[in-house]
Ligand binder design. Structure first.
Ligand code: AMP
Ligand code: ZN
Length: 469
């Protein structure tokens, strides 16, 4: 039985999907105006692992995660560079997908873009106005928060406290709201910003409405799991619930899961604080598998402090697993016996216990930290019993089990011969030097070597560009 901590009830609950054998899951994706930082990577890794575990348990998972491609920050960046907002968002969606691949995050079943779903947003806002849950004033549409009686149920906030906090926060232009708790569904266009035509005038949607619309369109009115970082609980997810449930009259998501922050010096890593590392920067020093391991080595609801030391110990730990698997592979290839002896059959059966521990941990609200501990117990067991002279069947059997558990976590149990960015750049420099000396044989050799590792070179006027195939 899988148990999930539900932010709604603040309790671990037995997971029962709406439809047997199927899971619908929506995870709020990043706003794409820059390379993602490793804080943004935490929910990606966490929910990819939840998905992988559910798939391992036989569920068919429909996993939807959006890209927010219309937002003040994207517009600001576009204006700074003198390009369109679309160019900025497209560029960073592509970069984000490369980072995701490096971290072994499976592409979602569907990655909708906010700008492609404006019609759906206009429809939902119109429906909310019709039901009296929203009202338009001077080109802005607001959600009438107090009319949704359950507002605050996710964040466990009380409307009166919120109201007291809000009164001093009212920004100019918001006097037109009926109530300070009301939030924006549609806002009028400003000079130099992208806009869409709507019944309330030219403008663009507020942020919250996009997730309600996309999850309804791709997953239906009711979904099983909704996820994101804990900063999204209020107001974003609270508002998503208000919009979706006011519209459908049904419970929107049954389980709400939130990961804790990735911190640095015990403060949230964030773009606005400037205390962040991008995933790309980390990839210059480490295989991103190590970043994934580092994240999964903590429970997703525990704050996690990033440090160079912890990355180093993650590197060593992952190598310990990979070395054991390599050793077993070598022994399988060099074994003189093929079949299991009776004693070996017992040894292999003894390894079941670690798989059970692993499952018990994952079933308990996806406790990846304990699941990884079970993998290490298995590695230790395999190192003890996978001695020289064992049969091929035992060496393979033990290796397969380690690999199997790592697979569920999306971790590579075998060393991948990946070239780090800095190694690639050093080789490119060497190739340039070889060309200068007219040593074309060496230059071609380097190009081919990179090609073998899936690195494509392109000679451009601005110099050599490279990308991973
Ligand atoms: P944003 O691009 O800011 O909307 O964030 C995208 C996702 O990353 C959201 O689910 C955030 O909650 C999450 N996130 C942002 N910063 C952190 C952090 N330091 N630790 C964990 N999750 C974060
Ligand atoms: Zn969202």
């Amino acid at each position: 039985m899988i148990r999930i901590y539900n932010t709604l009830s603040k309790k671990k609950e037995e997971f029962v999907p709406l439809e047997e054998g199927k899971v619908s899951m929506y995870v709020c994706g990043p706003t794409v105006y820059n390379l993602i930082h490793i804080g943004n990577a935490r929910p990606m890794i966490v929910f990819d692992t939840v998905r992988r575990y559910l798939e391992h348990r036989g569920y068919e998972v429909n996993f939807v995660s959006n890209f927010t491609d219309v937002d003040d920050k994207i517009i600001k960046k576009a204006n700074e560079e003198g390009v369109s907002a679309e160019e900025i968002s497209k560029r960073y969606i592509d970069e984000c997908k490369k980072d995701m691949e490096g971290m072994n995050i499976k592409p979602a079943t569907m990655h909708p873009l906010a700008t492609q779903e404006i019609d759906g947003m206009i429809d939902m806002i119109s429906a909310l106005i019709e039901k009296d849950y929203a009202y338009a004033v001077n080109g802005t549409v607001y959600f009438r928060t107090r009319r949704f009686a359950e507002y605050g149920k996710l964040s466990h906030k009380n409307l009166e406290d919120l109201q007291a906090g809000n009164r001093s926060l009212l920004v100019s232009g918001e006097e037109e709201k009926e109530d300070s708790l009301d939030f924006v569904l549609w806002k009028p266009k400003k000079e130099g910003e992208p806009y869409w035509v709507s019944p309330w005038g030219d403008g663009r949607p507020g942020w919250h409405i996009e997730c309600s619309v996309m999850s309804r369109k791709y997953l239906g009115e009711q979904i099983d799991i909704h996820g994101g970082g804990e900063d999204l609980v209020f107001p974003h997810h609270e508002n998503e619930i208000a919009q979706s449930e006011a519209c459908s009259g049904k419970i929107f998501s049954r389980y709400w899961m939130h990961n804790a922050f990735l911190n640095i010096d015990n403060r949230k890593m964030s773009k606005s604080l400037g205390n962040f590392f991008t995933v790309r920067e980390i990839s210059e020093k480490y295989d991103l598998q190590i970043l994934r391991f580092f994240m999964l080595n903590a429970h997703y609801r525990s704050p996690l402090n990033f440090s160079a030391d912890l990355m180093e110990s993650s590197k060593n730990a992952l190598e310990r697993i990979q070395t054991a698997v390599d050793r077993l592979k070598y022994m399988a290839e060099h074994a003189s016996e093929t079949e299991l002896t009776a004693e070996e059959a017992e040894i292999l059966k003894g390894a079941d216990a670690f798989e059970k521990d692993f499952d018990r941990s994952m079933e308990d609200d996806f406790n990846t930290a304990d699941a990884i501990a079970a993998v290490f117990d298995l590695v230790k067991y395999a190192n003890t019993h996978g001695k020289e002279g064992v049969s091929r069947a035992l060496a393979e059997g033990l290796g397969d089990r380690i690999r199997g558990l790592c697979d569920i976590l999306g971790l590579a149990a075998e060393k991948q011969e990946v070239l780090l960015d800095e190694e690639i750049e050093a080789l490119i420099e060497e190739r340039q030097a070889a060309r200068k000396e007219k040593n074309f044989a060496r230059a071609d050799e380097i190009r081919n070597l990179l090609l073998e590792k899936g690195i494509l070179l392109e000679d451009t006027r601005e110099g050599v560009k490279w990308k991973r195939a």
